[in-house]
Ligand binder design. Structure first.
Ligand SMILES: [Zn+2]
Length: 384
């Protein structure tokens, strides 16, 4: 199913019909569960116990990570780091753990200033250290994908939550509700999760030397990047590869999700967004690869389009938007495409829904509509 939303901007949504949710255990690779339990009990360092419990690493790596973290603080033994942590409740949240681990980091000068930006840079560094390297993530993902694509994304999503890349605790602060309208329920979200930039951090970033690496926040070069005052730290970012329309793409999650499993599909090259025939094929290839997810694209236009037009990307996830649920108000037949079911959707903006069995036919029709729309103008209505 493809929705074309015209004419002020072009938005495209592809959706699989069924949206389901499954929860699976996501222990990292093959762990010996007895070992895992024993290490969780033995481990005195709360972040190591957390990593083991969440399956970020297997029991055999626990001592190794404990020593890495201890060395990062410049302590000679883990006990010294533990003694420097403030008291924690039993089974603390990741947010509480990171807060606690920042206390000695501030004292030791690892966090040079007590600002949200500096704290976030440090948290990503710490969690990046505990996150499996990209090759390992890809191997586990591929293994699960061979069984079931949804198992693979559930595991990957859980990993990105457990390592703090997805800011679950901050996202929980968002205010969300549905309100009924003539066109179905309108989903409203007041975004309270993304921290405001600290004025001190803004001033410091202005003084810092300008760096143009990575080229943008969607480039694959962000994986493992330490960040700086004007660029977020991405040591805990992982991107899994997939092929779309014969080109290399990557899948990652959004740290500040707007909806369930909000993911970003991005081109592995820093190439501009372009809505064209190939783009339709890429969108369809995504839903073929991940049939439980929907995918959509912003327009490749400023103001009404996406915020990062310099890098080809789409957004998707495990959700079903009201536009997808809205009924067709007026069926139409497009000459030459009698085999494709078309209709105008009951929606406050112009939306054409096209449904068909063959991807090539959907791509061809979507392209025909795009060409017609690009040539269309109605000066009286200020449409150019
Ligand atoms: Zn880029």
């Amino acid at each position: 199913m493809l929705h074309m939303h015209i004419p002020n901007a072009v938005c495209f949504f592809f959706a699989a019909d069924a949206v389901t949710s499954v929860i699976i255990p996501y222990f990292y690779g093959s762990c010996k569960c007895d070992d895992q339990e024993r290490m969780i009990k033995m481990s005195v360092q709360p972040l190591i116990a957390y990593g083991l419990k969440k399956g970020l690493f297997p029991a055999e790596d626990a001592v190794y990570y404990e020593n890495l973290i201890t060395a990062m603080y410049g302590f000679d033994a883990p006990d010294a780091l533990i003694a420097a942590l403030p008291p924690l409740e039993e089974a603390p949240s990741l947010g509480a753990l990171l807060e606690a681990y920042t206390v000695p980091a501030l004292e030791k000068g690892l966090v040079p200033e007590d600002t949200v930006t500096q704290r976030d840079l440090f948290a990503a560094k710490l969690m990046g250290m505990l996150t499996p390297p990209p090759s390992r993530v890809n191997a586990v993902f591929d293994g699960l994908y061979a069984e079931d694509p949804q198992k693979a994304t559930e595991w990957f999503y859980a990993l990105c939550c457990a390592n703090g890349y997805i800011q679950e605790e901050r996202i929980a602060k968002d205010v969300k509700w549905d309100t009924p309208t003539a066109y179905g329920d309108l989903h409203i979200t007041i975004n309270l999760s993304k921290p405001e930039k600290d004025p001190k951090a803004i001033a410091a970033a202005a003084k810092a030397k300008s760096v143009s690496y990575p080229a943008c926040q969607l480039c694959v070069e962000n994986v493992g990047y330490a960040g700086r005052l004007d660029h977020p730290a991405r040591q805990n970012l992982r991107i899994v590869p997939f092929v779309s329309a014969g080109e290399q793409w990557g899948l990652q999650y959004s740290p500040y999700a707007y909806y369930s499993q909000h993911c970003i599909a991005l081109h592995t090259e820093h190439t501009p967004m372009k809505i064209d025939r190939k783009c339709f094929a890429q969108l369809l290839d995504f839903v073929k690869a991940f049939p439980h997810y929907f995918i959509g694209s912003n327009a490749d236009l400023p103001i009404v389009g996406g915020s990062i037009l310099s890098h080809a990307h789409f957004q998707g996830g495990l959700d079903c938007f009201p536009m997808t649920q809205a009924p067709v108000i007026c069926p139409v037949v497009i000459p030459g495409f009698e085999d494709v079911t078309c209709g105008i959707v009951d929606w406050p903006m112009s939306v054409l829904r096209i449904c068909g069995e063959e991807c090539e036919r959907l791509v061809a029709l979507a392209d025909a509509v795009l060409q017609a729309w690009r040539q269309y103008s109605d000066p009286a209505m200020k449409i150019f």
